[in-house]
Design a protein around this ligand. Structure first.
Ligand SMILES: Cc1cc2nc3c(=O)[nH]c(=O)nc-3n(C[C@H](O)[C@H](O)[C@H](O)COP(=O)(O)O)c2cc1C
Length: 375
């Protein structure tokens, strides 16, 4: 059977992915405390980079104060370039394009991971979750320094040999916090109307692109990931997002990646609105800039169905952990052998670092986990 997602895909800069399936960015909690990648982590990427067109790495922090997880990849110091190079070489060595995801966690950082135990954000508004710390509002100078840090992290990604960076503007982290009317209550140039709430994300995009012009070349891919809605009131609405994507489509971006848990899912703000958020964005953007879809796609049929509405690229997250050889099995005509669930005994077979494995088996409902292979 010929599968459309096995066709190659060429970005506007001429860079070609050998197929249209990407590994979604997934934090694996396995880097050293200083931000260097570990051998375990490299082994995990090695077995997952032989089939997909591109690997979007676990997110890396661009400043010390922007760390969001234990065991996060660091891109915040020049001495981390050799570590980043190991990661890029491992992924590219197996044939996939290597794209480093970069972020600042803002008010979502665990305070104990930060140098001064103080989270920061656009405004001093705590996230709506039990026990969350109230962040300190960033000053204008600090905001400009963070924007610059996204450029520095991009330069390190270029020096390390990555094929691109993905700016992580999704999943409630700092860039989204600036776009959100929940976390951004500012009345200066960084906040207010939907247009003014775009100032920080657009500033980051400009800085990244200027860095690529200075240190890289046209072949370097720059993508942007966003979350289309927030549950909070006030929170990001689909209307805000469509205004934003109209603007993003005019920026120098190679793709827009829409982060949702389920590709087919409707609104999280209005139950009666069941249209896929990714599809709505695709319909609005058309062919101005390629869209990456994601979310609860497991089988080749799931991916093919999601592509029916014209979304050209699809990312697989949990499924690539469960089945590192997803593409190879499709290629070999062995689709029936694609695993869609894992067993608590599979860690070594699947080459998953211990800290990620613990998170997988201990977080109920996150992954389809069978107790024991023979149970
Ligand atoms: C273990 C794990 C870690 C994740 N870490 C990140 C991350 O670092 N950056 C990000 O943008 N999304 C992250 N996500 C979200 C995924 O990229 C993806 O959007 C989500 O899991 C839905 O896709 P899936 O159903 O194919 O897993 C993570 C998801 C999982 C399961």
């Amino acid at each position: 059977m010929t599968r459309k997602f096995m066709d190659s895909f060429t970005f506007k800069n001429g860079v070609t992915l050998k197929n249209r399936v990407l590994m979604a960015p997934m934090t694996n909690f396995s880097s050293k405390d200083n931000g260097e990648v570990t051998e375990e982590e490299l082994a995990y990427y090695r077995v997952r980079s032989g089939g997909v067109g591109a690997v979007l790495t676990a997110v890396a922090n661009v400043t010390d104060g922007g760390k969001g997880f234990h065991g996060e990849i660091g891109a915040h110091r020049d001495d981390l370039v050799p570590s980043l190079k190991k990661l890029a070489d491992t992924i590219k060595g197996e044939g996939a394009k290597a794209i480093l995801q970069i972020f600042h966690a803002g008010r979502m950082s665990p305070p104990e991971l930060l140098p001064d135990n103080q989270t920061v954000s656009a405004s001093a508004v705590a996230p709506e979750r039990e026990g969350a710390a109230t962040p300190r509002e960033l000053t204008n100078d600090e905001i400009e320094q963070i924007i610059k840090a996204f450029g520095d992290a991009t330069r390190r990604a270029i020096e390390a040999g990555f094929d691109g960076v993905e700016i992580h503007g999704a999943n409630t982290y700092l860039i989204q916090q600036f776009f959100s009317p929940h976390s951004n209550r500012r009345e200066d140039k960084w906040g207010g109307s939907v247009e003014k709430r775009m100032t920080f994300p657009l500033g980051v995009i400009d800085e990244v692109n200027n860095t690529v012009k200075e240190f890289g070349d046209d072949s370097f891919i720059v993508g942007y990931r966003l979350s289309p809605e927030e549950r909070e009131e006030p929170g990001i609405t689909m209307e805000d997002t469509l205004t934003f994507t109209d603007r993003l489509a005019k920026e120098e971006l190679h793709y827009i990646h829409v982060s949702v848990q389920d590709f087919q899912q409707g609104s999280m703000r209005d139950e009666s609105d069941t249209a896929s958020r990714v599809q709505l964005i695709q319909d609005r953007i058309g062919d101005q800039v390629p869209v990456i879809g994601v979310g609860s796609l497991h089988t080749p049929d799931d991916v093919e169905k999601a592509m029916e509405g014209g979304v050209p690229l699809m990312a697989l997250g949990r499924e690539i952990i469960v089945e590192p050889e997803w593409i190879q099995k499709v290629e070999a005509g062995r689709e029936g052998e694609i695993r869609t669930s894992l067993s608590v005994d599979d860690r070594e077979v699947l080459t998953v670092p211990e800290p990620l494995w613990k998170a997988i088996v201990n977080t109920k409902g996150w992954f389809p986990v069978k107790e024991h292979q023979n149970a």
